[in-house]
Write a protein that binds this ligand. Structure first.
Ligand code: MCA
Ligand code: AMP
Length: 504
């Protein structure tokens, strides 16, 4: 049996030639037929370039139908997809290219100079462009190729994608997701959330992360559904399009922004059957206000790049605000003490997970992979939580030093390392502070050096030094200067005290 994920997805594509897959803001429609033919051409191109099954295809492009088709073509050709946030800058891109060694790097034309230089430096054999308008040398080169392409046979354990997630040590790790991992999660979510004929998904998430690419697209594709495929989240567009959709998925910031619109009412959501939230904690007050305003109960679920979705509130049963619901079918969740032993309901412990969707390990980091799994095969999420007597999981915090801002993960260490290297900085600590829109926002507490560079160090100077190196969403929204950082008896910076002392 061919366990290639593309084979599973395409077996659910509608057979009618004009069934819409992606409907664009300008009214253009990509049918499922268009998607099959375009992905066939790109798959033929990638093979003609000399890439072999298992080779990586890196894409740092905007969200367009062509970008999704590139993902599908990569799967179909048996290669491994590596999506990169277009906001990433030199420091980040260079690391990913060096580490993943892709055979092909697809980038935006406006990044040509940097992308070509980095590709040369890191030994990437082929580069192609894909513009925000869906044009570029990737598409031009694929045009002469045949539409037909026989899906390359893959085993369930073969890699389908690598998604980088930053690490607490500052070094990003590539989470390796197999065809089986992705297929298992897609199949479960599609059934658990009751996808049904005629569903239309309002798709406003980025497609370089698990949420937008795997959770949202896989559910729609498995259902043969149309997606209202928007380049990004925009409140006014969401208000306009909700009446045409039946399912919406978003990070909590999307819901906060919708609720800030006085015109967002029960009538705006009449056509919807399901609102899903995840990637960051949904505040209970947002959950309650949404229900009061619209009559809809947001379904909150919990997951991670290293395995997709682990838990979800039920479709039919009670969706309990402040919880992430039950372990999904096929998932085992253990709330454990430091030794890995299960703790009783009501007690907080580390969240460990096991299931077919949990990733196969970190790319070229066997040591790190071993550290993150228990002896009996559970993955240590780094999240803390508890089970209640009814089996609902509540996330109560994180043991990992991580900030989640507007659903995007930011690892303090990566930013601290760059700030600490600036002249005039003695040391720094990056923290997340409550933010009304993003949930958490990045802030940094800096101790100046007692020298001339320290005397002239400013907030603007720090931001300027980071721009061009790091994606702008990682740049601290606020810099605090202090005389020293609070430390515990082990010499560790007490970030909890910093979070108490500072506000944005
Ligand atoms: C943009 N900016 C941000 C963020 N997004 N700052 C902090 N946090 C953010 N999330 C900054 C930009 O750097 C820029 O700064 C300025 O805001 C305007 O950028 P723009 O792109 O126009 O902002 P926006 O359109 O308002 O975007 C906010 C957003 C977006 C809509 C919340 O970030 C978003 O769609 N987030 C979803 C991320 C996501 O899909 N996460 C799922 C990960 P400047 O002006 O200084 O340049 S998957 C995951 O977590 C797991 C698996 C799970 O459970 O799902
Ligand atoms: P990522 O590494 O981008 O996949 O982010 C995964 C992390 O996002 C998890 O380890 C959690 O800390 C967090 N997360 C995802 N969904 C939720 C949720 N519903 N509530 C709280 N945190 C969440």
């Amino acid at each position: 049996m061919n366990e290639n994920l593309y084979s599973l997805l395409s077996s659910h594509f509608p057979t009618t030639a004009d069934a819409p897959c992606m409907i664009l803001p300008d009214g253009r429609v990509w049918t499922y037929d268009d998607v099959e033919r375009a992905s066939g051409r790109i798959a033929n191109l990638i093979v003609a370039l000399g890439l072999k099954p298992g080779d990586r295809v890196a894409a740092q492009v905007e969200k367009t139908p062509e970008a999704l088709v590139l993902y599908l073509a990569t799967l179909r050709a048996g290669m491994v997809f590596l999506p990169l946030n277009p906001a990433y800058q030199r420091h980040e891109i260079e690391y990913f290219l060096k580490d993943a060694e892709p055979g092909l790097f697809v980038y935006r034309p406006q990044n040509r100079v940097l992308a070509e230089a980095l590709a040369l430096k890191t030994g990437v054999r082929h580069v192609r462009e894909l513009g925000d308008d869906g044009r570029g040398s990737l598409i031009d080169a694929a045009t002469p190729f045949a539409n037909d392409f026989a899906c390359v046979p893959r085993k369930g354990d073969d890699l389908a994608a690598i998604l980088y997630t930053s690490g607490t040590t500052g070094r990003s790790k590539g989470a390796m997701l197999s065809h089986r991992n992705l297929a298992a999660n897609a199949t479960v979510l599609h059934a658990y959330w009751h996808f049904q004929p005629g569903d239309v998904l309002l798709h406003m998430l980025p497609i370089f992360h698990v949420h937008g690419l795997f959770v949202a697209c896989h559910c729609a594709l498995l259902n043969g559904s149309a997606m209202l495929f928007e380049p990004k989240f925009d409140t006014a567009r969401a208000m306009r399009l909700l009446p045409q959709a039946s399912v919406f998925m978003g990070v909590p910031t999307y819901y906060v922004r919708l609720l800030a619109e006085p015109g967002f009412t029960r009538a705006s959501c009449e056509h919807l059957r399901l609102f899903v939230s995840g990637s960051a904690p949904l505040l209970k007050e947002t959950f309650d206000e949404f229900r009061a305003r619209t009559g809809h109960t947001i379904l909150e679920r919990y997951g991670m790049t290293e395995g997709g979705m682990f838990a979800s509130n039920p479709y039919d049963g009670e969706r309990r605000g402040g919880t992430v619901g039950f372990p999904l079918p096929g998932m085992r969740i253990r709330i454990a003490d430091a030794a890995g032993r299960a703790v009783p309901p009501g007690e907080i412990g580390q969240i460990l997970v096991k299931g077919e969707n949990v990733f196969t390990g970190y790319w070229r980091m066997p040591e790190k992979t071993r550290e993150e799994f228990t002896a009996d095969g559970y993955f240590k999420t780094g999240d803390m939580g508890q089970l209640d007597a009814d089996g609902y999981v509540t996330i109560s915090g994180r043991s990992k030093d991580l900030v989640i801002s507007g659903g995007l993960n930011i690892y303090p260490k990566e930013i601290e390392e760059i700030i600490d290297a600036l002249p005039g900085v003695a040391e720094s600590a990056v923290i997340g502070l409550p933010h009304p829109d993003f949930g958490e926002a990045v802030a940094v507490v800096v101790v100046r050096r007692k020298n001339a560079a320290g005397a002239t160090l400013t907030e603007a100077g720090i931001a300027a030094a980071l721009r061009g190196e790091l994606a702008s969403f990682k740049i601290p929204k606020k810099v605090f200067f202090v005389d020293d950082l609070p430390r515990n008896s082990m010499g560790k910076v007490q970030k909890n005290l910093l979070r108490e002392r500072h506000t944005i």
